[in-house]
Design a protein around this ligand. Structure first.
Ligand SMILES: Cc1cc2nc3c(=O)[nH]c(=O)nc-3n(C[C@H](O)[C@H](O)[C@H](O)COP(=O)(O)OP(=O)(O)OC[C@H]3O[C@@H](n4cnc5c(N)ncnc54)[C@H](O)[C@@H]3O)c2cc1C
Length: 296
């Protein structure tokens, strides 16, 4: 199918892009186009104007600030993150997820920020950024505002951006200790959306979990933060009992539905398995000191 007629603009400045969004009701931003274009072709979306942000300068970065805060610009592609030495060295949960997003063609164009804006319950980045306590920075006619991801996504395919706002970057806060964790994804075949995905991010210091994040992909109407599981881990050493308890609580937080990808019971079981596996691995990583880590 072809989309209905639409106007197309490719502004060269952020102000111009915001002005265009302001001027036309229901206009849509186009970043990687990997979700928007299929939706338009299927006529699930029919924006009168598409504002292509690919010509905006200086948005293709991902970089760490001196304090360890990570910033990912709106035109940073999945492939940039997949190949990033910075992520391999400092962000185990993100580094694990990047190669699992879709296939190489989609990864070459699609963006992390676009994925957060799209708010697909089966989107992998939302779980990762949620587990890491990240946020989205929006720019609009009234200036900029940072929105924690937990507040940014309001439901399936819904976010809190105003119609004239553009998400300019995602921000991952600096770790409060040694960072460990990962992302596991069950898919029917390579490149598929998640049947179940689990992101775990731990920050450990002196043998105690200072901060934990666990988020679930594809097992509810939107990305799920496993808050009770996180509570069971925080402020304590990571023990085998704690891991079992957190895995059970995370499985209870899941809201899976039986569909062509598997039964609800199977998906819930896989959440438990993945949380246990990721926490056990993270425990092994986090218990090593920085010197041992560098030598590994
Ligand atoms: C075959 C296929 C397989 C896929 N598999 C996976 C997968 O396994 N896991 C996964 O997570 N994703 C998957 N995706 C989705 C892919 O990751 C998309 O790239 C991503 O969801 C959207 O990013 P984008 O940059 O392409 O956004 P676009 O398609 O350009 O935009 C998506 C939506 O977000 C809005 N938007 C985008 N950027 C901004 C911004 N900066 N400010 C405001 N609004 C914005 C757009 O207006 C639109 O509504 C798949 C896609 C395809 C086509």
């Amino acid at each position: 199918m072809y989309p209905p007629r639409f106007a197309y603009e490719a502004p060269r400045s952020l102000d111009e892009a915001i002005g265009l969004l302001r001027g036309t009701a229901d206009a849509k931003v186009l970043a990687g186009g990997q979700s928007l274009v299929p939706l338009m072709k299927l006529r699930f979306a029919a924006p009168p104007l598409v504002v292509d942000i690919n010509n905006l300068p200086g948005l293709d970065y991902h970089r760490a600030e001196q304090d360890g805060t990570l910033r990912i610009g709106a035109l940073c592609r999945h492939a940039d993150l997949e190949r990033s030495a910075l992520l391999t060295q400092t962000q185990p949960t993100m580094a694990a997820a990047a190669p699992l997003i879709a296939d190489p063609i989609v990864r070459n164009r699609g963006t992390l920020v676009g994925s957060l804006c799209h708010a697909d319950p089966q989107g992998d980045w939302a779980s990762v950024v949620l587990a890491l306590g990240g946020s989205v920075v929006a720019a609009g006619p009234r200036g900029r505002r940072a929105i924690p991801l937990a507040d940014f996504v309001t439901g399936p395919f819904e976010n809190v951006l105003d119609p004239d706002e553009i998400a300019v970057e995602a921000v991952i806060p600096a770790a409060r200790g040694t960072r460990s964790g990962g992302y596991l994804k069950l898919e029917r075949r390579v490149g598929d959306f998640a049947t179940v995905g689990v992101a775990v991010a731990l920050e450990t210091s002196g043998g105690t979990v200072q901060r934990a994040g666990i988020a679930l992909t594809g097992v509810g109407g939107s990305t799920i933060a496993a808050a009770e599981a996180v509570q069971a881990l925080t402020g304590r050493p990571l023990t085998a009992e704690g891991i079992e308890q957190a895995a059970d609580l995370a499985a209870r937080a899941a809201r899976p539905r039986t569909d062509h990808r598997g039964s609800a019971e199977y998906k819930r079981h896989m959440v438990r398995v993945f949380v246990k596996r990721l926490l056990s691995r993270a425990g092994a990583d986090g218990s090593r000191g920085p010197a041992e880590e560098n030598a590994a």
